[in-house]
Ligand binder design. Sequence first.
Ligand SMILES: Cc1cc2nc3c(=O)[nH]c(=O)nc-3n(C[C@H](O)[C@H](O)[C@H](O)COP(=O)(O)OP(=O)(O)OC[C@H]3O[C@@H](n4cnc5c(N)ncnc54)[C@H](O)[C@@H]3O)c2cc1C
Ligand code: SF4
Length: 324
Amino acid sequence: MRPFTYERATSAADALRRHHDGAVYLGGGTNLVDLMRLGVEEPTRLVDVAHLPYDRIELRPDGGLVVGAAVTNSALSADRTVREGHPVLAQAVLAGASGQIRNLATVGGNLLQRTRCSYFQDASKPCNKRDPGSGCPAREGEHHNLAILGHSDACVATHPSDMAVALAALDASVRVQGRGGERTIPFEDLHRLPGDEPQRDTTLEPGDLITAVEVPALGMPSRYRKVRERASFAFALVSVAAALDVADGRIRDVRLALGGVAHKPWRARRAEEALRGAEPTEESLLRAAEAELEAAEPLRDNAYKVPLARNLIVRTLTELGEDS
Ligand SMILES: Cc1cc2nc3c(=O)[nH]c(=O)nc-3n(C[C@H](O)[C@H](O)[C@H](O)COP(=O)(O)OP(=O)(O)OC[C@H]3O[C@@H](n4cnc5c(N)ncnc54)[C@H](O)[C@@H]3O)c2cc1C
Ligand code: SF4
């Protein structure tokens, strides 16, 4: 392990000032420190941002939320206003990791956790994301849990966060403090598809500090469903974050995002479009799921994700239709 220093930031401005020359921000450390142990990340300086005053969940008068970046995953999933107003978010967070990890993990760190592709995590292997231009052994190698949508020749990795899938469905946005001041990024624009720059997970600039996530009011039933290889402590093979509003036997509004299928949380806009105004029958749900998954390009060993995603979409929306 290379030597590094540890510094605790006292404010956003102080964090930005300390972020230079090989520095990285440290949240709960549950992903970053693992990657340092594996030799995948080699920072020279850790700037601790987990103790900045961004540890509150604010309920706005209109029912929206402002969640500070230093709020722990445990606090977020346990918060009564979140569980009542945005159950899909609380369920997604609870579906991730373990109680001990959620106690340490922060909202900012969760969104920026790195892919679980096994080649990325093995510093002895080539990987375009870790070492641009070195190749992507996953495409012909072990990829049963990797992407079916939006991948490129350069990278077929998936984004691992469950929370991010819920936030994509919820039309959230991310508050960022950068060198040019504060700005707000629509959640869908935070993470990237790999294209020919898989080393860039997000659209953030060097030094950008996530300070909060804004979540608009929802006002309709919502749910998160995740399929994984074990009942706990496992990342999604496929997951679905959905919200559904049915009135007079027709779908008035719907939100749908998929996890475990792409390099970023996948907002299922095609399916949403097909569903608005339709009757929530099994046939129309199936048609909408298939419309979304037409774009899928499965690899040799992950074609099973296409019917899995289709069935999970139909099941989750059917359950929500029954709740409506
Ligand atoms: C065994 C195990 C199982 C897991 N299972 C799941 C799972 O099923 N689903 C799931 O979603 N997750 C899972 N996780 C991942 C876990 O959720 C993440 O490790 C955690 O959320 C990361 O948060 P952190 O605060 O510890 O981030 P850190 O490890 O501290 O940081 C992660 C990244 O975010 C950056 N960062 C942190 N805060 C900020 C900020 N405010 N602004 C800008 N950059 C920042 C860091 O520089 C780093 O690059 C699992 C982890 C483990 C170890
Ligand atoms: S899929 Fe992406 S992360 Fe995995 S080996 Fe290929 S380039 Fe690396």
